[in-house]
Design a protein around this ligand. Structure first.
Ligand code: ZN
Length: 125
C-alpha cells in the first residue's frame, strides 16, 4: 500500500515545515532544527555553552556559573549588542593572563578588543 509507505517515511523526517532532514532518535526534529529551536528558546544558555566551549578550545580557564553569566550578560547588554563585527560587543578578559572568572570579564566592542589583544601580544610582560 502506497499510503502506508509514505506515512512511514514521513515519520522519520523532521517535524519542521519544509525541513527534509531525518529526525533524530527520541526527537521529532532533526539536529539542525533542534539546535535552532534551543537557541531561540534559551538564548542565554545557548550563548553560555557557546562561549564556554570557545574558551575551552582556546585552553582558557572558566569558572562562571550559568547564574553569574546570566547576571553579566543582562547587566551589560551583551545579549542585545553581541556580534562579530567592529561595533558589536564581545566579552573581554580584563587581565588576559587570567581566565573567564567573575570580576575578570567585561564587555568591549569587537574592534576595541582586537586592539587590546594586539597591544597585549606586543607587550613583553
Ligand atoms: Zn529539521
Amino acid at each position: 500500500m502506497r499510503h502506508t509507505t509514505e506515512h512511514k517515511t514521513r515519520k522519520n523526517l523532521c517535524a519542521t515545515k519544509f525541513c527534509r532532514n531525518t529526525r533524530e532518535t527520541r526527537s521529532s526534529l532533526c539536529s539542525k532544527c533542534r539546535k535552532r529551536l534551543y537557541k531561540e528558546r534559551h538564548p542565554v544558555q545557548y550563548t553560555y555553552s557557546y562561549v564556554k566551549a570557545n574558551a575551552r578550545r582556546r585552553k582558557k580557564e572558566w569558572s562562571l556559573t550559568m547564574e553569574e553569566f546570566l547576571d553579566f550578560v543582562t547587566s551589560t547588554g551583551y545579549m542585545i549588542g553581541k556580534g562579530r563585527t567592529g561595533d558589536k560587543l564581545s566579552i573581554d578578559r580584563i587581565d588576559h593572563r587570567q581566565g573567564y572568572h567573575l570580576g575578570n570579564i567585561q564587555v568591549m566592542t569587537v574592534s576595541a578588543n582586537s586592539i587590546k589583544a594586539q597591544l597585549e601580544k606586543d607587550c613583553p610582560f
